[in-house]
Design a protein around this ligand. Sequence first.
Ligand code: NAD
Length: 296
Amino acid sequence: MTAGIIDGKTFAARIRTEVAAHVARLGAATGTAPGLAVVLVGEDPASQVYVRSKHAATVEAGMASFEHRLPAATTQAELLALIGRLNADPAVHGILVQLPLPAHLNADAVINAIDPAKDVDGFHISNVGLLATGQKAMVPCTPLGCLMLLRDRLGSLAGAEAVVIGRSNIVGKPMAQLLLRDSATVTVAHSRTRDLAAVCRRADILVAAVGRPEMITGEMVKAGATVIDVGINRVERDGKARLVGDVDFASVAAVAGAITPVPGGVGPMTIACLLANTLTAFCRSRGLPEPEGLTA
Ligand code: NAD
């Protein structure tokens, strides 16, 4: 193996400590704490795990956590009414609706009903537009975490050839926007890309956000590239359940310059950035200066 390991777990822990320090300081100065409301509809087991960890991390950072667990049969009108109440609640600075929503609900309409200033996931069309036009936005947590890891590793990204594999609204597209904003030369590859391997081999920075276990192999990666593996795939190996990324770690680590592991790479950064976004939303709502290094 030649690649350096990008330790997202340690980096995320540092951000969480930083956020907690800001929360304590702001609490002493203002007598209030940032509040994050998380809305979960239905019983999806993976979503329940995510919501539990978000709650624990929020409380650990000294913030207020408001959990709203609704039955799977919740109607669109009921969900929109809850979003309306959270928008109006001055103790709530961040609102996150855990996706995916049950099929009968219109996720776009729900997300676009969130007050953009409280949209800590950065999925509201206003925030998407602000990010795309280089204005101050709430930035989606996973790509923000990837950007922080890249900046930490590489310093300036200007002029770097960056390839993002995946064009989802949650990861791929905002990742491409952030890289563009940092002056990388950005290519977005996807399921219809011709000769994906050749496109990937151009990359100084390769971000894989596909959802296909270990599909990026060593021969698709340029020597010395920095590889960010966003994928979280549950697979069975030797009769045991395991988590693997979209990148085949062993073969890629043999050629890359640096690589994020799964688990322990991008995953922990997502929650850390959710806390950072909630703190940012709190500061913006009160006209306070935003802590440095916690936004894009
Ligand atoms: P998605 O299914 O919405 O999008 C996948 C993208 O991959 C699509 O744009 C599609 O065009 C592309 N794609 C599919 N097959 C391809 C192929 N053969 N070649 C090239 N491109 C292909 O998924 P998503 O929500 O963007 O998530 C991607 C992965 O990242 C998943 O494994 C997900 O679990 C993971 N994820 C991790 C975090 C985290 O915190 N680390 C957060 C969000 C998503």
